[in-house]
Design a protein around this ligand. Structure first.
Ligand SMILES: [Zn+2]
Length: 396
């Protein structure tokens, strides 16, 4: 090794393993948990001043906007809704979020190009929920198992056109166990897993949500409360950062197009996202128990739109996390969603959606430095990577 090269390697090592400087992050203990202040986040990511109005705090402006509420778990990045693992808190008049949410949510969403070991994606595993005797949720128009299969078939066609290899965990109307689905996914590398479902609940419940694996120690939002098993590291946890970046790309692509209510990106330990070694996400594409959503889901146009959004998310994720993105060739279908009478389908008017009508496309064209989650930023040239269990480190 030449002397110059040795020095360069040494410098790189020093750079990679430099311990946290006190000026980077100040951890605040709150309720036995580590938190970081909003102003600390603002200065680290160079987002200007923190604005405060009642319990609401805002960080940044333009194309990188964060918003939270003291005591609340809803957190917005560029108007896209995330559900924090722990509610935002306050100490000495300073709003704060947990270190867990900083490391596992804010960092991979704001800087996906810094995700360590993110692999370029060549293969997409599409998982149609339910099948056979397991019909899933149902509406007066049809069954979840048929809608999920239709969406993945449409999506497969789009992704194959773009040069991806696509495999379906089930390609017909038959039952596949959850364990068989994750085992199927685990045969592949340089791959991602996208599970498609539709929801069921109270008749007023509506909208889109995307689930990503809960980090170790974080309670699943799909269970009643904390469990001992939350403390166990799952196979999928080694992809925590990729999972969040994929969930963000997926949710942004769907919420931006569907005009359905944004229920947010949530944490769970569903078997199919828990036991896989590749990045994965589970989409709930609307409520079959809600008359507005059910009508929409019954329309082929909406399912095509979902398929297109998923394909777009795959590309956005790829572009955000790796240096060699494939071109996104398909054009967005221009759809006017109409019901049987020909009337345009409108979002529910129950006021539930008033908080969130994110239109990522409407925001100004993002630059490399300041990009919206909908089009997660293109890669930066640095080799520095965040440590998964540590606080993020500054830009080079
Ligand atoms: Zn389902």
């Amino acid at each position: 090794m030449s002397k110059i090269r040795a020095v360069a390697v040494l410098l790189l090592l020093v750079f990679l393993f430099t311990p946290l400087q006190a000026s980077d992050w100040t951890l605040v203990k709150h309720g036995g948990r580590d938190y970081v202040t909003a102003s600390n986040i603002a200065s680290f990511y160079n987002l200007g001043k923190v604005e405060r109005e009642g319990n609401t705090f805002r960080i940044g402006n333009g194309s990188r906007r964060l918003r939270g509420q003291v005591g609340g778990a809803e957190f917005y990045i560029n108007a896209l809704k995330f559900i924090l693992s722990y509610p935002a808190a306050e100490q000495n008049g300073e709003p704060m979020i947990s270190r867990m949410d900083l490391v596992k949510l804010v960092e991979p969403v704001l800087r996906p190009s810094k995700i360590r070991n993110a692999e370029p994606i060549r293969t997409v595993i599409l998982d149609a929920g339910h099948g056979g005797h397991d019909k899933g949720a149902r509406s007066i128009y049809g069954n979840e198992k048929d809608y999920t299969l239709d969406v993945v078939r449409r999506c497969k066609a789009i992704l194959e056109q773009q040069g991806y290899k696509v495999y379906l965990s089930r390609s017909g109307d038959y039952f596949v166990s959850l364990d068989d689905r994750s085992a199927f996914a685990n045969q592949f590398s340089n791959a991602m897993f996208i599970s498609v479902h539709f929801n069921s609940g109270q008749s007023l419940a509506s909208g889109l949500e995307v689930f990503t694996l809960a980090p170790r120690g974080v309670p699943s939002m799909a269970s009643d409360g904390p469990r001992m098993s939350d403390l166990v590291e799952c196979k999928g946890n080694k992809r925590d950062a990729e999972n969040m970046a994929l969930a963000t790309a997926t949710h942004a692509a769907m919420v931006g197009r569907s005009r359905l209510f944004d229920r947010g990106i949530k944490r769970a330990r569903f078997v199919v996202i828990r036991d896989i070694g590749i990045p994965g996400v589970l989409i709930e594409g609307g409520f079959l128990s809600n008359s507005h959503d059910a009508k929409l889901i019954a329309s082929a146009q909406y399912r095509q739109l979902m398929a297109f959004s998923i394909a777009m998310a795959v590309n956005n994720y790829q572009r955000a996390t790796t240096a060699n993105p494939p071109p996104f060739l398909a054009k967005a279908p221009q759809v006017q969603l109409r019901d049987e009478s020909g009337a345009e389908i409108q979002p529910p008017a129950n006021g539930e959606g008033s908080e969130a009508s994110p239109t990522p496309e409407a925001s100004p064209e993002p630059t490399v430095e300041h990009a919206a989650p909908a089009v997660i930023p293109p890669p930066e040239s640095t080799t520095e990577q965040p440590q998964p269990n540590d606080t993020p480190k500054p830009e080079a």
